[in-house]
Design a protein around this ligand. Structure first.
Ligand SMILES: Cc1cc2nc3c(=O)[nH]c(=O)nc-3n(C[C@H](O)[C@H](O)[C@H](O)COP(=O)(O)OP(=O)(O)OC[C@H]3O[C@@H](n4cnc5c(N)ncnc54)[C@H](O)[C@@H]3O)c2cc1C
Length: 393
């Protein structure tokens, strides 16, 4: 075997966080090796945001992230902000637009974001090695030794940036957790998040609505999101459901308000103003026909409103405002946009992302137990945590 090439830092994973970290450290004069087993860097960036990459959110704030320690993300997010990333995007003349709810997308293509990050790495003389499956990582004499392919590299600093296991088809793995455990770092149990939920039992009937969407408020516990929900062949999806999936636990119910704009007492009011109408017709005015029919059928109030007791109308109104679905599962890591859980933040410095118990070892991005809402928040965490570690290397 050839002698180990030596670097100041080796970064495992050339995704969003790894690319940012490598560029920052490289431009600070560090000799950086960036490794990935995929054939090109930034593959998840390329498929993100429907190919246009929702690269940040202007409303980024720590309360839009889920973590065992809700304070952990604060430092990194405040030191590298959405504005900082927008400035970088603009320096590369990448045109962008705000789609909705503060979500920023490229006008052109996600390829521009990857090209920008690769160029930033080139400015820092980062050596990027793709198609480099990592065979072993060892730590001795204050150096990390990484075997990949036929090569070995060593450095006093090692950054875990291999993301989470969502979308294994894209090369995603649980490698970060294996490595963390190798170094005795704790891992908060990973589970799929921003993921469609599946319906079974009685609720399979809703599957006949596949393709129907409506703006709803989806709720789990005290958390609620007002966005579109979409019925699918397997259950429920759409932004409102993806968001709430991150707060949902197996066996629990989610609530859906199908008529978030209706005022309390609206059904009794409708009975007085339009007594000859039916519930199905009333719902049809606010919701897609198929959904209105299905809900009306399930509420089993087929006659004209005039013939329905006020108490029954009130009960129907309550149900429409908090329709309980008990998903029998989710579509899992195969369809999850991100992973909740990951390397426990308790073992990491929130300033630098360095492991408290293993000097020189860092973890960033999705590998860490910090998960953002849908809408550009996860990339902003990748950029911010990558930047924080890049400053410390
Ligand atoms: C379909 C989809 C769309 C998304 N859209 C958005 C969006 O628009 N906005 C947003 O904010 N977030 C979005 N996300 C989430 C976002 O992609 C992730 O949060 C982000 O990529 C995490 O960055 P990361 O660098 O931590 O991990 P990744 O970007 O996943 O990078 C990890 C890298 O490590 C490499 N790797 C993994 N295992 C190994 C191994 N064993 N050896 C070597 N290399 C390895 C992978 O090949 C990969 O390149 C989307 C996710 C998906 C799946």
């Amino acid at each position: 075997m050839t002698a180990a090439a030596s670097y100041d830092a080796i970064i495992l994973g050339a995704g969003a966080a790894g690319l940012m970290c490598a560029a920052v450290a490289g431009q600070r004069g560090r000799r950086v090796l960036l490794l990935d087993h995929a054939d090109a860097p930034g593959k998840k960036i390329l498929i993100s945001g429907g190919g246009r990459c929702n690269f940040t959110n202007v409303h980024t704030a720590p309360d839009r992230y889920i973590s065992a320690n809700p304070h952990f993300a604060k430092s990194a997010l405040s030191r590298y902000t959405a504005r900082d990333f927008i400035d970088l995007v603009e320096a590369y003349r990448i045109a962008w637009h705000e789609k909705t709810l503060g979500q920023l997308f490229c006008d052109g293509s996600a390829k521009q974001i990857v090209a920008m990050l690769v160029e930033e790495c080139a400015k820092g003389r980062v050596e990027i090695a793709c198609e480099a499956p990592i065979a072993a990582v060892e730590h001795r004499d204050a150096q990390f030794h990484v075997e990949f392919g036929a090569r070995t590299a060593s450095a006093p600093a090692l950054v875990i940036a291999t993301g989470g296991p969502s979308i294994p088809k894209m090369g995603a793995t649980g490698f970060a957790y294996d490595l963390a455990r190798q170094f005795r770092l704790k891992v908060v149990e990973p589970r799929p998040a921003l993921v469609p939920l599946t319906l079974g039992g009685e609720e399979v009937l809703f599957r006949s609505l596949a393709g129907v969407a409506a703006e709803v408020v989806a709720k789990a516990g005290k958390t609620a999101f007002r966005e579109a929900a979409l019925f699918t062949h397997r259950g429920l999806s759409g932004p409102a459901i993806l968001q709430i999936s991150s707060y949902w636990r197996n066996g629990e119910a989610i609530g859906v308000d199908f008529l978030p704009d209706s005022a309390p007492g609206w059904l009794r009011e409708a009975k007085r103003s339009t007594p000859r109408t039916t519930l199905a017709r009333l719902l049809g005015a606010a919701l897609p026909d198929r959904l209105a029919d299905t809900l009306a059928e399930r509420l089993a109030l087929p006659t004209e409103l005039a013939n329905i007791l006020d108490g029954k109308l009130e009960a129907a109104e309550r149900r429409l405002a908090d329709w309980r679905f008990i998903p029998n599962g989710s579509e899992g890591f195969a369809k999850a946009e991100v992973t909740i859980g990951g390397i426990a933040t308790a073992g990491l410095s929130s300033q630098t992302m360095e492991a408290r118990s293993v000097p020189g070892l860092y973890a960033i991005g999705e590998a860490v137990d910090v998960t953002g809402w849908l809408g550009g928040y996860n990339f902003q965490w990748a950029w911010a945590s990558g930047w924080a570690a890049g400053q410390a290397l």
